[in-house]
Unconditional design. Structure first.
Lengths: 100, 127, 483
């Protein structure tokens, strides 16, 4: 068996990569993908813990997270497409009209 | 303990190595000994296929996107249907069959509402 | 492990809102264009029915769905608050959405779903349900922020809100993962049992709690997680802003209180210094940056950030159960005061807003007090209430909060609160001076529903101050079962 700590470390690395991606990338689609990476790193954490506890509630949570992520994809992509139609760019810096 | 676990993966590692080697050998041999006579037809993306229209990064109509999103939304719900179907019999044995059935009907009913809405709003019309 | 219909009855108000909103989707899909206004009336009707159910339910203490949801005074207080807010938000939106050409029924349906999410957050007693409720509350808000189709600012606001909201959701989820890893449970009561029994890895627990705090800090717009707030508040359609200012705060604080009071009382020594810093930063940044704003929507955004700081103050007397009770009650009371004042002031903003973002600068308010004395006086009352000057409910809120914080022994923070309130008086009262002293010719758009909301909020701000003692007693009653 791979020890639990390996999974936790892997998920922490994935989460950090996702968070870094959100903070450093400028393309909204890539930012969005980074957010999905964060959610999925949490999924890995849940599955790993659930497996080590022999408890299913963590695994069930992953189903819900996947459904929520799908809903977020639908709404998020719709918003990005709407902005793209208007501004013809998906670079977050070029979208910024609201400042003060 | 971890060592034992990883030992199981030796065959896969050997397979990976072999397939990679095979690929390199095949391409390398072709590169070394194969004749090179290039012409326009041979350099086309699909040799003896249909000729491509426009650049590869052209924009797709947004209707593809709507279909894709609807697919994701309704597709992911199977994730709840499958475990439900697996344990359904146990619930029936415990006399809770009706309850679990009604629960799933409510769930599918909510999905159906979304489907009907998308339908009425014309999300499924291609033109 | 058996469910019964009692579970459904116990959460009846939430069930009504969800079922009603789902049915309204069908109504909206099949109604001919001419009768679209019916959706609005049906929304209001649904919210009123749910409100009646929520009031009727007051005093019931129960668990539902195997302890996934809890119905107690706390949840019914917040349910009544958010349902009332929803009705006000619909009234603010009707005329505005028509004026700017996006009067679609989906707006109200989205709001209903968001309200359902907030209601679930106030009664969720399981980390899974808290996450789901949070997303149910947030996703419709992203759509509402971007509802003004074709308007660049609105779409940008929606996208920014979405990206940062989803980012925050990731933090909360990861935090929940660590709490689950430390305790092996997601139900709050099981989490407490596990913590009291001693956990193997206290670090996991602490990291989890900190991540949840960060994520919910985003949702309630506490500094340093506030960057999205001014942009989103400015770009969104004003009625959507008015709703999200209150709705997201109510939901976020409901979850914060429920999680941190019920599940993590033992972490107080580690969390109090972090919270202290968070509160101090939020108060200072919110109030100081607000002074520099020229756009009223941005000014109110920073003002709402600073109010999040005031409400967060209530978390400081953490270890001291006796004081903590009254401070959480003060937080609930403050939320109520903030909601009423906020809706009123956004109503005034809506009355003055013209197309293409005109009429939103502070100087556009010049002469308002002379030309429309009633509206000017209403805005004066709201500004006094935001500042915390009697005779307004805002004063009662701040007074009770500072009192609880002082009882907890956090004199420094209480002094900081009073000082930043003085700063805030500068920009709130500057607006009053512009309204009454400067000359100008503002034109308001007459909209009877907005007028109604503004007038009733103004009256409520003053009248509820008179009855603040029984109101606070109600809030205290509400938090009693929480501990």
């Amino acid at each position: 068996m791979v020890p639990l700590s390996y999974y936790v470390a892997l998920s922490a690395i994935l989460f950090a990569l996702g968070a870094l991606g959100v903070l450093t990338r400028r393309n909204t689609i890539i930012i969005f993908m980074s957010i999905e990476l964060m959610l999925n790193s949490a999924n890995l954490l849940f599955v790993a813990f659930a497996r080590s506890f022999g408890d299913v509630s963590g695994q069930i949570f992953v189903f819900f997270v996947m459904a929520v992520a799908a809903a977020e994809v639908a709404v998020g992509l719709a918003l990005i497409v709407a902005v793209f139609r208007n501004k013809h760019t998906i670079n977050i810096d070029e979208v910024s009209g609201l400042k003060g | 303990m971890l060592q034992d676990y990883l030992n199981d993966y030796w065959p896969i590692a050997i397979l990976l190595l072999l397939t990679t080697l095979l690929g390199i050998v095949a391409i390398g041999l072709g590169y070394l000994f194969g004749p090179r006579r290039s012409n326009k037809r041979k350099n086309a993306p699909y040799e003896s296929g249909m000729s491509p229209i426009g650049p590869g990064t052209r924009q797709l109509p947004v209707k593809f996107y709507i279909v894709a999103v609807l697919f994701i939304l309704f597709d992911i719900e199977v994730v709840f249907l499958l475990p439900w179907a697996v344990i359904f019999k146990k619930f029936v044995d415990e006399g809770l069959g009706n309850f679990v059935l009604i629960e799933m009907i409510i769930f599918l009913g909510i999905l159906l509402v979304g489907y009907v809405y998308a339908w009425k709003k014309g999300a499924f019309e291609w033109d | 492990m058996l469910y019964s219909m009692d579970d459904m009855f116990n959460i009846l108000p939430t069930v009504i809102v969800v079922a009603w909103a789902t049915a309204l989707i069908l109504v909206e899909a099949f109604l001919p264009k001419k009768y679209k206004f019916i959706t609005i009336w049906l929304t209001v009707l649904g919210l009123v029915v749910a409100l009646v159910a929520a009031i009727n339910q007051h005093g019931i203490e129960a668990e539902a769905f195997n302890g996934m949801l809890v119905v107690d005074g706390f949840s019914s207080f917040l349910n009544i608050l958010i349902l009332g807010s929803g009705i006000l938000a619909v009234a603010l939106a009707v005329g505005y959405n028509k004026r700017f050409g996006f009067d679609r029924g989906e707006y109200y349906i989205m709001m209903m779903f968001s309200i359902a999410g907030t209601m679930l957050m106030s009664s969720a007693a399981d980390l899974i349900v808290i996450f789901l409720a949070l997303e149910l509350m947030s996703i419709p808000l992203y759509i509402m922020a971007a509802f003004y189709r074709g308007n660049v600012n609105s779409e940008e606001a929606g996208m920014k809100y979405f990206l940062l909201g989803a980012f925050a959701g990731g933090f909360i989820l990861y935090g929940i993962g660590f709490v689950y890893g430390a305790t092996g449970a997601t139900g709050l009561s099981q989490v407490v049992t596990a913590i009291n029994g001693g956990v193997d890895s206290p670090t996991f627990l602490l990291v989890g709690a900190a991540l949840i705090l960060i994520g919910l800090g985003f949702k309630v717009a506490a500094v340093p997680f506030h960057m999205w707030t001014p942009d989103v508040y400015e770009g969104s359609p004003t009625p959507a802003t008015a709703y999200m200012a209150v709705g997201a705060k109510v939901g976020g604080f409901a979850a914060l209180i429920r999680i941190f009071v019920v599940a993590f009382p033992t972490l107080s020594t580690d969390l109090v210094p972090i919270l202290w810093g968070l509160v101090a930063l939020t108060l200072v940044v919110g109030n100081l940056v607000a002074i520099a704003q020229k756009n009223i929507k941005r000014m109110l955004a920073y003002s709402s950030i600073s109010h999040a700081g005031f409400i967060l103050m209530a978390f400081l007397p953490y270890g001291d159960a006796a004081v903590f009770k009254s401070s959480v009650a003060a937080a609930l009371f403050y939320l109520l005061a903030f909601a009423i004042t906020s809706f009123g002031s956004w109503g005034v903003v809506i009355a003055l807003e013209k197309s293409e973002g005109k009429g939103l600068l502070l100087e556009d308010y010049a002469g308002l007090g002379r030309k429309y004395p009633a509206l000017g006086v209403a805005m004066l009352i709201f500004m006094l209430s935001f500042t915390g000057i009697p005779p307004t409910i805002g004063f009662a809120g701040k007074f009770l909060l500072f009192k609880a914080v002082m009882e907890g022994g956090y004199y420094g923070l209480a002094i900081l609160g009073v000082l930043t309130s003085l700063f805030s008086a500068y920009y709130y009262l500057r607006l009053v001076i512009i309204m009454f002293m400067k000359s100008g010719e503002p034109n308001i758009v007459s909209d009877r529903w907005v007028t109604l909301v503004t007038a009733s909020s103004a009256v409520a701000t003053v009248v509820l101050f008179m009855v603040s003692t029984p109101l606070f007693a109600w809030a205290e009653q509400a938090v009693l079962k929480l501990f």
